[in-house]
Design a protein around this ligand. Sequence first.
Ligand code: UD1
Length: 453
Amino acid sequence: MDMLKITGGKPLSGKIRAGGAKNAMTKLLVASLLSNKKCTFFNVPNIGDVDITVDLCKEIGSEINWDKENKTLTIHTPSLKTSYIPQKYSGSNRIPILLIGALLGRTDEDIIVPTIGGDLIGSRPIDLHIQSLQRLGARIEYRDMKKEGAYFAQAHEGLKGAILTLNYPSVGATENSILAAVRAKGTTLIKNAAIEPEILDLILFLQKLGVHIMVDVDRTIRIQETHEFHEVEHTVLTDRNEVASYAMAAISTKGRVFIEGAEHLQMIAFLNKIREIGGGFQVHANGIEFFHHQELRGGIHLETDVHPGFMTDWQQPFVVLLTQSKGVSVVHETVYENRFGYTLTLKEMGADIELFTHCLGNKPCRFTSANHIHSLVVKGPTPLTGKEIAIPDLRAGFAYVMAALLAPDTSTIASANFLDRGYEHLVEKLISLGADITRIPSTQKKSSPSIIV
Ligand code: UD1
């Protein structure tokens, strides 16, 4: 894996353009497999996760033409070549499991998906996916195979619409349920569904595809059986995680960055927290400008949540921002039970952070009595010093990049390829903003896909 060398202490300043959303584009590709018509996507991010999903779709029989220069991709899957996902994708990401929902109504063959890999932000089970698909009539079982296990799924007797009630509004389980419901007989209701902007983007795409789909006022998604599909042109929404990441890097380094393409509607919870700590932003017609204009104030309580709450993927870089804010702040992670591993490295860099297993804040969460470390107290401001760091996952990776941009001496960050999975041209964008950052390519051969977060 490649390495980054960063010498910090310089304010980021300038203009960048945000790319299309990783968490939308990957799902849109999978959703296109529902139909045998051509789909064209614009604003496609050139990131590792899209690469992996493209390869996955090609395995299945998709014809794909990706013009990376123009960020345009066409996908056409006239027929399925196979519904067996090779084991090399096992543990690679959260996408293969969604193929069950997309393909169940399209093939009589078993859909075979190798084990979803564990990862570093909690156990990330798929029980809600399986329960929903089973309620729609799928038969799913887990079988041991040569090297490891795989899920075998089929709906030989067809899928039948049902009322699905998720006991937690999981993004992935909502997506899988929507995909399977498209070809399920009659009407399906998904109650307590996730309504993240990327899911709404998926719904927009499906509506263009010809699907009868709507979101009720109480977060119920209603889908009617559809078999006739149309060709679709779709512009992928902006990556709110990329926007938030550069926004926090700009403010913490006392800089000023205009992010073209940043969409206000997706960022409400984020902008409120930025305002609460005294960070500056101005919403323009074509993007949002973020800047530092006064001493940052800590003393806040931050709770991650499902949309429209404060997104869990913004949490790690926000904690870095809080290390630069005056006062004591509390962060309560309610989405993942184990998303504070990165704080150990931050502490070694000089951050003052204490971890807790109980819920700090107003609201008890699902992890109340589970003894998971999911709350923290951070005191700032504290200067950070450079360090040799290895990246465990995508968002922690950006938090480390931010911490290194703040430390006036030099840090080296190993396993930098994790960042390629969600950040398009990260090094080039940071250099254009004045950062002192170099990428040192690995001398070893490229390894197979690893974890998506
Ligand atoms: C997606 C995003 C990720 C984001 C997350 C929450 C992608 C590729 N990733 O992940 O960036 O952080 O949404 O916004 O889109 N859970 C269960 N059982 C299940 C499914 C989930 O208990 O069957 C739990 C998980 O363990 C986790 C929580 O629900 O604690 C949220 O997971 P989920 O919303 O499903 O996230 P992902 O779709 O994996």
